[in-house]
Design a binder for this molecule. Sequence first.
Ligand code: NAD
Length: 471
Amino acid sequence: MRIHRENPAHPSELVGSVPITPPQAVDVIVREADRRFRQWSARPLAERLARLRGAADALADDVAELAELLARETGKPVADCRGEIGFAATYLRWVCDRATAVYVATEADDAHGRLTITPEPYGVVTAITPWNAPIILSLLKLGPALAAGNTVLLKPSPLAPLTVTRVAQLLPETTVVHGGPELVQALIAHPLVGKVAFTGGDAAGRAIAAAAGQALKPVVLELGGNDPAVFLDDFALTSDDYERLVLASFATAGQVCMAAKRLYVPHRRAGEFLDAYQAAAHRILRVGDPLDDAVTMGPVVTRAAAARLAALISDSATRGADIITLAEGPRGEGYFIDPVLAVGLSDDAPLVRTEQFGPAVPFLTYRTEDEVLSRANDSDLGLAASVWSADEDRAFAFATRVEAGFTFINTHNRTGMSLRAPFGGIKNSGYGREYAEEGLREYTRPTVIHSPAAFRPGGTGMPARAYPPAR
Ligand code: NAD
């Protein structure tokens, strides 16, 4: 049995296929990963990091070829695919640079006693990843997990299984398994799997958290977002800013967890904003074949996704929204959806309330800051957000009241990321963090060896029912 993947831009083209791993094979696979873990974790950190640096170099060397495959299986523009893979190599090198400071035991031997705190790997980590940025989203788990001494079983999305399987071959101690929910359940339930890392949508996230809860496994959940972009009344955007904003919503045809998914603009500046936004969209959005380097937006990922988005847009029109088409894509073959702004929706419309995950964005207006704050926060999701203002202090002050794991100022989406800044959601957008030292620490747990001063040889002892002194 195999998973076959078609090209979303040319659905009749089969890009490739991968073998399905039967759930019955899980026990053998996990035991082997656990055996490898014992060897890998026993190697000096410097040796593990040398292997990972070599993998980062190999990844960077293969960018062009891998990017073409990624574009064909996901429908993402090939230039974006090159960017993603290059960034993944950069991230892996960054992990190697930071690992020696993070994955190190701390030791004390003083008047309070002798204490060793060791960041220990979990053993076998299971990583379950989505299709939309499969290389970086896998590396965010693999990089720190492997550096820390774990081995990894990687379960990619059936919608983008090909490139990531090739990338995994460049990495040490990584086994790729392909399949659906049943396979994931079997992996999580296996007693030798120590940690679960998931990025994806709400439904899968709940199923994975439930399985992890049942098995008492720690889990990182990076889930969806419905990110608001709030423009304070003094916003001052150049034409470059508008182009960046357009791509913050429409890169990867809007199928990005932290895309700008709701735009809130002051009522009195709506006309000016819409004119400049549409002009920028006409300049920057080229919808077409992802393998064309001039293209900035490809198709959506599946026929079902295209049908869901078409329904969401027609529902918005039925509710009286003005649907502004920002660019036109190819007609006929391919899962293309023209990028649109929906102007004039009320806050209860599905396009406003739910994560659209596609190239249709609601444009909303407001009159006061308190009003826009409460509307922006009125969501069960809290992944990212952005605040735009000519006054950075004012933007920061407003941002402290926005309910999001990551708030960008005067930009949104990937242009606002930083390797040193932890990324992850609040509310139903998940828990745990990626990037930064927090992302590295997800793959170890501190274990302690402690000899209290009072009971060391020659110590003074302590009454049996006493509590320890303050330190
Ligand atoms: P998805 O949830 O459909 O699939 C993600 C992974 O989970 C895949 O490997 C899939 O095979 C597996 N899966 C699906 N259903 C499952 C189940 N019931 N049990 C176990 N595993 C299951 O998501 P997707 O369509 O690939 O990606 C889109 C979603 O991911 C969006 O909601 C997006 O916002 C979110 N996302 C979040 C982040 C983040 O960092 N927070 C990043 C990218 C994408």
